[in-house]
Design a protein around this ligand. Sequence first.
Ligand code: FAD
Ligand code: SIN
Length: 534
Amino acid sequence: MPITTHDVVIIGSGAAGLTAAIDLAQDRKVVVLAKGALDGGSTNWAQGGIAAVLDAGDSFDAHVEDTMIAGAGLNNRGTVEFVVSEAPAAIERLAALGVPFNAGEDFGERWHLTREGGHSHRRIVHVDDATGHAVQAALLKAARANPNITLVEDLIAIDLITSRHGEKYSGDGHVWGVYALNKKTGHVDALLGKATILATGGAGRTYLFSTAPRGATGDGIAMAWRAGCRVSNMEMNQFHPTCLYNLEVKNFLITEAVRGEGGHLKLPPGVPGGGERFMPRFDPRAELAPRDIVARAIDHEIKRLGLDYVHLDISHKPPEFVKHHFPTIHARLLDLDIDITKEPIPVVPAQHYTCGGVVIDLDGRTDLPGLYAAGEVTESGLHGANRLASNSLLECFVFGEAAAKHIRAHWDELPAPPPIRPWDESRVTNSDEEVIVQHNWKEIRRFMWDYVGIVRTTKRLERAQHRVALLAQEVDDYYGNFRVTPDLIELRNLLEVARLVVRSALHRKESRGLHYTLDYPDMLPQAVDTVLAP
Ligand code: FAD
Ligand code: SIN
């Protein structure tokens, strides 16, 4: 088994992982791994932008309050204040790396600030409607140019190496790196480091419909949980209100900025109220209410009227305005014969963001010594019961940097990795029943969508719990007997995450933010995190 030793092992090459790598590389040698292509995570797909207080009329207090209101009070105020106050510096660092944020359109405005749901002020910097692509490209360019950073594609982490894997058993839970399946050689490599950072992104693909890319299978959450970390608020899955409804293209997001720049949600023609806006009936903030409210309203109208979708319409704005602000969406939808300057877009809600995750502190430290985490894999206390739009990339930059700074500041206190036991290669049998993996994968995503979606009940959650238990038995047997494959690694993780989501959802006996259950429709007076410990 190939064993390599590095200063720091970073699992994930999105916004969080690369931010940490670039800071650490000032004085440490780091390896960054991606399970597929280096730009294969959600970062590359982010559209709307990054939230930060950059306008003289805006304030940190307002950004903090908007974040807390969207999060239904479940946020940790200290974390929110920390992230909001670090935001302008994070944007400056990105600009210095060459991210070409759109220039201001008004006098005295350095960058154009767009608006999204739940924000009381224009405060989203962006690069057209493809901000994530520009950010990912700038971070990768800086990382590639840095001799202290080694980037490795197609290496899929299986499990963290903890003190349990040392040649001499020690039970302190220290993390020394990761076992990872090398997709090119078919062998399991061990990557060792004094510190390890989990930056593996979210778990959107636990659900049948998601805006997240194929690899969002919650690997980091599952690995951290198996190694002994607490996870928190796993029931809080964010559904984005406006994913394109199309029979072939299933996960194309229509950015919230379309509503921020004046787009309206309407009922499609042919039903009572067809062609009319419906959001004003649900919330005084109408289309710009926080995401949970807009997604639930759409879900309600779709079920009430038996619709396949609702319409998002920005065609009342001048065509040049629409093309200027949303060039990527305009071009992509023209390919599908929808001209957004002339006609509405059919949209449905889809899973979009994993608010819960691995518990970290303000330095990005998890419960286990040597293990840090940053980005969507975490529950830092920023998002609470519902993430405010464009606060997610921000969290990646702030906590990627915070974790790196803590590691650099405490480098001499971190012990070097001990000799470890090699990965057990005795399970060499190739499965002849790959179909089971595919089938189980589909089944999880289907029942999570049906039973653990936007509107929940205890009965539906119990059904999901029952199915998780049956599948877990099957997958455990399978995992124990056959050679690991990328699909099997992901299936095992999806199942672990599904189990955590269902367990957390059953635990919460109220409706708050993204967790809405018909059996407990009211919010309890006190906001309490759902913290699960292994
Ligand atoms: P990711 O960017 O998802 O990267 C995860 C990395 O981990 C990848 O490199 C992947 O290969 C690697 N990885 C995962 N598992 C393993 C494994 N087992 N082994 C090795 N490597 C592994 N947020 C905003 O703030 N503003 C927006 O405008 C916005 N728009 C969005 C639009 C879309 C369509 C989506 C899906 C999300 C959007 N978000 C937005 C959310 C935001 O993009 C993500 O939360 C954020 O990019 C996550 O970054 P990350 O670094 O945590 O993980
Ligand atoms: C969007 O552009 O609507 C996504 C923004 C986000 O997820 O924060």
